[in-house]
Design a protein around this ligand. Structure first.
Ligand code: HEM
Length: 517
């Protein structure tokens, strides 16, 4: 009897040890990746900050498609444009879902369509209803808002040149709140703007895996709130989110109720709400998601560009000469001017390449297990596009870590001329792929182009101290000195010298601002 018991204990023990050793191991059907250790898989190798730098390093060894074992789960990382095209563009029907994010679902009651799976009704209706309102044609109707906000941006900089980053953040937020809800945020510290920033910080903390790895350890869901600080964070984020989204929705509803027609997105959606089967709850979330997606991404891009120009006075001069020759001195640049400014266009493409706002995009996932060549992409596994890695590949881009807009004048996609055979880097890559491609792309591009043209027409930007390369070396190793890796890759707030380029231009800025108010 004793022997039997001992044998049973020994077998059970061996089985447990064997299972633990298997846990975290890479299945044979997965793409290659770094060596795993039992239980953790590769978790211990993935840095919390700027993980895309590590993925880019690994891509050199494991190739354009690799897998990372996150305990017993799997993440897929794509670092080759050809594979992104095949998997996420050509097979978009199968790979446009999202991995489950328990924290986000819990905060938003599964109403946050940007992070929802592809069978989520709100995602399906939300995309359908938004798309025509933000097409490249529809964006024309929002140009007066972009003009008003960028006119104020220049005026604010003239009045308080020390607060560059705040002025840019205010302007991009106000652009989106105006286009979506019809409510501008004329001051950086206006109540909506303060609430937006507090909420975004809280949301960013909520969905960071460091807050609570609930999707890895599902048992954490059942920990009572008293012992689970992350659940208190979820509750706080939910309250902030609802208070922001629904106060703005209330404003939009009151405008519609009073018969004010201002062409906002909410106005169109509210008018079709019943026909589309949308509840008020859904409408509030559609508007809120546009706000979250649109404000900080655009601000990060404009701020990153100025930061790079501090180190590249020649590029700044070249862009200014181009703008002056087309626009002259006596009027502000207009949206239509961008088509005559190839160098400015190249500069904007270059900043999307060098400092993409989303270096890993938002992960997609496959609806079902998906066969790709000899590999199986498991259902629900996050599929990251390593935008950073693709756009910093030294085999494709000459001096990939340098700010060098001229590359986009030499070839359409900025790659080394004559190198690419049969495929190009899609210009919209920083905006995602397939059916999940950012719906705000045209809105963002129009607003960013106008802001950049006007800023460079109006001001010279230079480092506070006359020392070359004081503020930003573009080398990835210095990223943590100048950038925050949150929901977006954004520069840490920085200061620089902002000097009006002429008294004549100062008068134009003042007149344009007063006329636009
Ligand atoms: C420079 C500015 C912007 C960048 C770089 C950017 C980038 C992205 C990326 C990478 C995605 C994920 C795409 C994917 O999963 O394949 C995305 C999704 C999204 N973006 Fe943007 N975006 C920007 C501006 C905007 C603006 C202005 C809006 C709206 C006003 C917006 C609204 C959204 C929404 C709603 C989604 C979710 C789409 C979905 O899940 O179907 N974005 N964006």
């Amino acid at each position: 009897m004793n022997t039997l018991l001992t044998s049973l204990v020994a077998i059970s023990f061996s089985w447990i040890v064997y299972s633990l050793l298997q846990y975290g191991r890479r299945e044979k059907s997965l793409p290659p990746g770094p060596p795993t250790i039992p239980i953790l898989g590769n978790i211990h190798l993935v840095p919390i900050q700027f993980p895309f730098l590590k993925f880019t390093e690994w891509a050199k060894e494991y190739g354009g498609i690799m897998s990372i074992k996150v305990a017993n789960g799997t993440a897929i990382v794509l670092s080759d444009m050809r594979i992104v095209k095949e998997l996420l563009d050509d097979h978009s029907n199968e790979t446009s879902s999202r991995p489950t994010l328990h924290a986000a679902d819990s905060v938003t009651g599964k109403n946050y369509f940007a992070l929802a799976t592809s069978d989520n009704k709100l995602w399906q209706i939300g995309r359908k209803v938004i798309q025509p309102l933000v097409s490249s044609q529809a964006v024309q109707s929002h140009l007066p808002i972009a003009e008003r906000e960028t006119a104020q941006l220049l005026y604010d900089l003239l009045e308080r040149p020390d607060d560059l980053c705040s002025h840019v953040s205010r302007a991009t937020l106000s652009f989106v709140t105006s286009v979506v809800f019809g409510k501008p945020t004329p001051q950086y510290d206006s109540p909506e703007a303060e609430l937006f920033r507090t909420y975004m910080r809280s949301f960013s903390a909520t969905i960071a895996p460091a807050a609570a790895p609930v999707d890895l350890v599902p048992l954490l869901k059942y920990v009572p709130e008293i012992c689970a600080p992350w659940k208190r964070l979820w509750k706080r984020t939910r309250n902030l989110q609802r208070s922001l989204y629904f106060s703005l929705l209330e404003f939009a509803e009151s405008q519609v109720g009073m018969g004010h027609r201002n062409g906002t997105l909410m106005e169109s959606i509210l008018s079709k709400k019943d026909e589309l089967g949308l509840t008020r709850e859904m409408v509030g979330y559609i508007g809120g998601i546009m706000l979250d997606g649109g404000a900080e991404t655009s601000a990060a891009l404009i701020q990153s560009l100025i930061l790079c120009l501090l180190d590249s006075p020649e590029s700044q001069k070249r862009a200014q000469q181009e703008i002056d020759s087309v626009v002259g001195l006596s009027r502000l640049p207009q949206p239509s001017d961008i088509q005559d400014l190839p160098y400015v266009q190249a500069m904007i493409k270059e900043i999307h390449r060098l400092r993409p706002a989303g270096p890993l995009g938002i992960p997609h996932s496959a609806k079902e297990d998906f066969s790709y060549g000899q590999y199986i992409i498991p259902k629900g596994a996050p599929i990251f596009t390593n935008v950073w890695g693709i756009l910093h590949d030294p085999n494709l881009f000459e001096r990939p870590d340098e700010f060098f807009p001229e590359r986009y004048l030499m070839s359409v996609d900025g790659t080394i001329p004559g190198l690419q055979k049969g495929y190009t880097i899609r210009t919209s890559l920083p905006f995602g792929s397939g059916k999940r491609l950012c719906p705000g792309m045209h809105l963002a591009t129009t607003n960013i182009s106008l802001a950049v043209m006007r800023l460079l027409w109006a001001f010279d930007f230079s480092p506070l101290k006359e020392k070359a390369h004081v503020l930003t070396s573009t080398a990835p190793s210095n990223l943590a000195d100048h950038f925050i890796d949150g929901i977006n890759l954004a520069p840490k707030p920085f200061r620089c010298k902002v000097t009006p380029r002429s008294t004549e231009k100062m008068t134009v800025i003042q007149d344009s601002y007063h006329r636009s108010q």
